[in-house]
Design a protein around this ligand. Sequence first.
Ligand code: UGA
Length: 436
Amino acid sequence: MRIAMIGTGYVGLVSGACFSDFGHHVVCVDKDPSKIEGLNAGRMPIYEPGLETLVATNVRAGRLFFTLDVTEAVRDADAVFIAVGTPSRRGDGHADLSFVYAAVEEVARATTNDITLVTKSTVPVGTGDEVERIVRSVAPDRAIRVASNPEFLREGAAIEDFKRPDRVVCGTNDPEAATCLRAIYRPLSLNKSAPVLFTDRRTAELTKYAANAFLATKITFINEIADLCEAVGADVQEVSYGIGLDNRIGRKFLHAGPGYGGSCFPKDTLALLQTAERHETPLRIVETVVSVNAIRKRAMGRKVIRFMGGEVRGKTVAILGLTFKPNTDDMRDSPAIDIIQALQDAGAHVRACDPEGVEQARRMFSDVEFVSGPMAAVKDADAAVIVTEWDEYRGLDLREIGAVMRSPVLVDFRNIYAADQARVAGLRYLGVGKPH
Ligand code: UGA
């Protein structure tokens, strides 16, 4: 199949590279000349494990191309995927669809084929209808079939998620669009590695939001249980394991922590609430999840301060990990932002490290001291706080850490160390949802 991918952000680039790895001919388009120039020179605009090699292999094989020119990209395409950003509109949480609609219009003007036009960006229920309206008015003589195909990739595991997904959801009532999508995803259904579901378009659009809202709920649920564990002297990791072994609950997404962040859960839960409000069908659980998570992220900084004795003015706090999760350079809505702000507001000096996130963090904080790694961060510090569970923070020599700190205090918001292990190494330790 010949595919055009509009947008080489996270979703577009990973999906485009993976489609080409399936053997399809893929042209990825972006408006940003520096991005396209970089990609053509083999430089990735984002950090994602395995992406650089995947792109290089498929470029070399003559299946993957990058261009600034939409017309060139869609010229011979069978399917055009829209994978541009849908940021939260400032103030009201609505998904900003202006990039999607502009891309749709441009594609409709450029195409000379009867294509399947697929929305991969996360878009509110009913967006497909508006896309269809634009297409009909811009290109009335073309048979452009509009479908929805939401993505379920996780940053840091995106290639694996794309190639071995739990499912693929395709939303369309048009038989030709369904045939086109079936052909595109054939490599997945060939070895029955993933069910490819076909639904109507609105159902597909809503499935994406419902999935993210449910996952955000699961995390928030275990985070509140973690607070209760601390109050009653129980251990949330064991509670989580104990409930997760029940297949109806499942073990995944039950890791208590400092609250969820990233480019998806915060934005998508807000957008889902807007849809619900518009349809006068309140989603009380999701509303609560959103506010509990926001409050939690702000509370984490105060928790550190309390554990340090309530006064941090003039003290140095080492932050280990800045990104919202490991294996990404993404700082969007990361709990580290709230934690650093709370510490700075209370007068602490913040020193921080992260294997990939420093560049983005520098743009947010001019008054944080960024250092190369954990040992440099903890030297003469009054507390060390693990915010992101990067693999390289899992095997630190705690004795060595304690020895170079001014006061040996470790706050572990990801529970990657055992309390006993830290105590034996001479550290005062605070985990999440652990008995004190
Ligand atoms: C999420 C979904 O997991 C993907 O399926 C979806 O495709 C994507 O959003 C999207 O809509 O594009 P992502 O935001 O990359 O993916 O990251 P997750 O691995 O889901 O983590 C999100 C946040 O939840 C992180 O801050 C992470 O630390 C937190 N989390 C996750 C927990 O605190 N506990 C857990 O058990 C799991």
